[in-house]
Design a protein around this ligand. Structure first.
Ligand code: BES
Ligand code: ZN
Ligand code: ZN
Length: 481
């Protein structure tokens, strides 16, 4: 089974003698004055000048004078250049330009330049295993080592490959990716990208008393799995691990609180948080970042049969907390709670959980960003900065103690839903109950899966969170943290 669907190979060259003669030229122009050094005919130079006037980035395709593609970047803005990279891939694919040579990127700031390259790679993603007609073909782009070092090409490819892996897991239909198949593919990814994978099976999950994961799984014919990914390089700059926890609900029917009116459609994406964790592990391990990271993924579907969880049931979680079920569709927090309890044994420096947890978070952020809560402002601020760097932006939820009070139950320690208000915050408060370490919660229900393309993301799985956490980790290694 193929996991990554990037259709672009970046090839480093040190002299044009080493590039194919028939390669199309891709010329990057970021300042009007650069036009002078190209001997352009007047119609093309007029066109380019007008693009600069309108400050709207554009790609002009022309095959006059054996030229190919003119990429006009009018602003030094990272996200705009990322989008331009995506458009360039689409333009190359449209013209069947199988090999091309990129030039002129050096006038951009490093940030914009890297974003452009990221975009070019991101644009090459296609999920097509079940299509007869496959559109994207593998393109080769030659890049001078004066513009990008060979290492930076490899690192960008590995990072976006992590994004692609996440997108693929999210895009897979539920009959091709249940909890057991997901575990197999996580194990494959571990082998391929360089991290260890241990999969706890149902008997072990029972032994550990993971009542949340078992409760959600009760109505399914497929057993739950608990996936543990470890990347511990010798030169890690941190002693205590960063633990990433991802919600792995491979399909959310809602359970007996059944989803109605079309809300069930797209719920194959309810393992988006888990997929993001795997994508981050893959990118960090493949690029050998000196950082100790652990990924935890509880996986199950949320289905119904005669044994399924009922509303009014009381279950006992791994840490002994009892929970009164008031809505079986609030299942994500139940499986995450056990994973958060499991994380305590690592004495982590920080735990970041990622989940398509609430429609309420999606209503706040839309597809444009991620809702965040947590117990350590300093670390949330650090992550916010990574959000600005990568344009995977974070908005902090209100997290007052009153939200916690909404979870009080008469018959158990907690109930699994709050009141009619602040659904994203009460979900966060539920999770907080199971933590005893620095912790950040990311609700990615808005951006993880898109019906229509938005910004740098295609329709379907987006891989949101991979570039965010990668940037966060990379900055930490650079700061010696
Ligand atoms: N998986 C959903 C949240 C979701 C909704 C993700 C839409 C992506 C798009 C989650 O399990 C859920 O159903 N949450 C409920 C919680 C409620 C019952 C308290 C919700 O948000 O409605
Ligand atoms: Zn649900
Ligand atoms: Zn769910």
């Amino acid at each position: 089974m193929k996991n990554s669907y990037l259709n672009l190979e970046l090839i480093s060259y040190n002299s044009t003698n080493n590039t194919p003669k028939d390669a199309a030229k891709v010329v990057f122009i970021s300042e009007e004055k650069q036009l002078e050094k190209h001997n352009l005919n007047s119609s093309l130079s007029k066109k380019i000048t007008s693009v600069f006037k309108n400050e709207k980035d554009e790609i002009i395709t022309t095959f006059e004078n054996s030229q190919g593609f003119w990429v006009i970047a009018t602003t030094d803005d990272a996200e705009k250049n990322r989008k331009l990279g995506i458009s360039l891939y689409k333009a190359l694919a449209k013209e069947n330009s199988e090999t091309s040579i990129l030039e002129g990127l050096n006038s951009l700031s490093d940030k914009s330049k890297n974003s452009f390259l990221e975009g070019l790679l991101m644009g090459s993603y296609e999920f097509n295993p079940y299509l007869k007609k496959k559109e994207n073909k593998e393109l080769k782009v030659y890049v001078s080592n004066e513009e990008f070092s060979e290492t930076s090409l490899t690192q960008a490819t590995n990072l976006i490959n992590g994004v692609a892996l996440t997108r693929t897991f999210v895009n897979e239909p539920p009959n091709k990716l249940d909890s057991v198949m997901f575990s197999e593919r996580i194990a494959e990814a571990g082998k391929k990208y360089g991290f260890d994978v241990e999969v706890l099976q149902k008997d072990k999950i029972v032994e550990l008393g993971m009542g949340g994961l078992l409760g959600v799984n009760q109505g399914s014919e497929v057993p739950p799995t608990f996936n543990i990914m470890t990347y511990k390089p010798k030169n890690a700059s941190n002693k205590q691990p960063l633990v990433l926890v991802g919600k792995g609900v491979t399909f959310d029917t809602g359970g007996y609180s059944l989803k109605t009116g079309g809300h069930m459609s797209t719920m194959k994406s309810d393992m988006g948080g888990a997929a993001t964790v795997v994508g981050i592990m893959a990118a960090v391990a493949k690029n050998e970042l000196p950082y100790y990271v652990i990924g935890l993924v509880p996986a199950t579907d949320n289905k119904i049969d005669g044994k399924a969880l009922l509303v009014d049931d009381v279950i006992t979680m791994m840490d002994g907390t009892t929970v009164e079920i008031q809505n079986t569709d609030a299942e994500g927090r139940l499986i995450l709670a056990d994973a958060l309890s499991y994380a305590k044994q690592y004495k982590p420096e920080l735990v970041v959980d990622m989940a398509t947890l609430t429609g309420a978070a999606a209503a706040i952020t839309g597809p444009f960003g991620i809702a965040m809560a947590g117990n350590k402002q300093e670390k949330m601020d650090e992550l916010k900065q990574a959000g600005e760097n990568t344009y995977e932006r974070l908005i902090q939820l209100p997290f007052w103690k009153e939200f916690e009070e909404l979870l009080k139950s008469d018959v158990a320690d907690l109930k699994n839903i709050g009141g009619p208000v602040g659904g994203a915050s009460t979900a966060g408060k539920f999770l907080e109950h199971f933590t005893d370490y620095d912790w950040i919660h990311l609700d990615i229900a808005g951006p993880a899966f898109l019906k229509d393309a938005q910004g740098s993301n295609p329709s379907g799985g987006t891989g949101v969170g991979v570039r965010l956490l990668y940037d966060f980790i990379k900055t930490r290694t650079e700061g010696g943290k």
